[in-house]
Design a protein around this ligand. Structure first.
Ligand code: HEM
Length: 157
């Protein structure tokens, strides 16, 4: 079972770096950026800082998915997906899918163009929408973390 312990350690470390970063961007970076001087400074600051995080988010998302898949197979936990009391298994896959589509598909194909246009037209509105989406993503992620830790350590409502 050493491989399961190692995979779980990698899984949790990747989740901490990833969701911790989402928490920082949502609760510290975006509010600070939105309160800064001019709309142009706000957009430039957000791009410079969040741009660095998006690479970290890509790597940690891949690591979380790979270690998670390994855990499902090693624990032979596939039948949990048919059990509604193990909703946190579905939540983990859902959160992972949402971020994977956002980071690897939507961002390069759609979001970058939308962002360039929207920040030119109305920077404050664009940043407000981005902040709201981050709050939704962070809330879903935290509910998932709570469910996954409690559920995988025996809590069953
Ligand atoms: C493809 C995506 C994912 C898969 C297949 C997956 C699978 C798993 C599995 C099989 C476990 C072990 C459960 C057990 O020991 O009984 C686990 C644990 C866990 N996962 Fe995921 N996971 C994925 C994504 C995520 C995401 C996105 C998050 C966070 C938002 C997350 C957070 C956790 C946490 C906090 C634990 C509990 C670790 C512990 O306390 O031992 N996982 N995951």
């Amino acid at each position: 079972m050493d491989d399961v312990a190692l995979a779980r350690a990698i899984h949790v470390a990747a989740v901490v770096l990833w969701i911790g970063g989402v928490g920082f961007v949502t609760t510290v970076l975006l509010p600070a950026v939105r309160a800064s001087e001019t709309p142009e400074t706000r957009v430039a600051l957000f791009e410079a800082l969040e741009g660095r995080f998006s690479w970290q988010a890509r790597v940690t998302t891949l690591l979380t998915g790979a270690s998670g898949l390994y855990l499902v197979e090693a624990l032979d936990a596939w039948e949990r997906f048919g059990d509604p009391t193990q909703w946190w298994m579905h939540a983990m896959v859902l959160v992972w899918l949402l971020f994977t589509v956002a980071l690897f598909v939507a961002e390069p194909l759609v979001l970058r163009r939308w962002y360039a246009r929207a920040t030119k037209e109305d920077p404050d509105r664009a940043l407000r929408l981005i902040a709201r989406l981050h709050v939704v993503a962070l809330t879903l992620s935290l509910v998932t973390v709570l469910g996954a830790v409690a559920g995988s350590h025996g809590f069953s409502p």
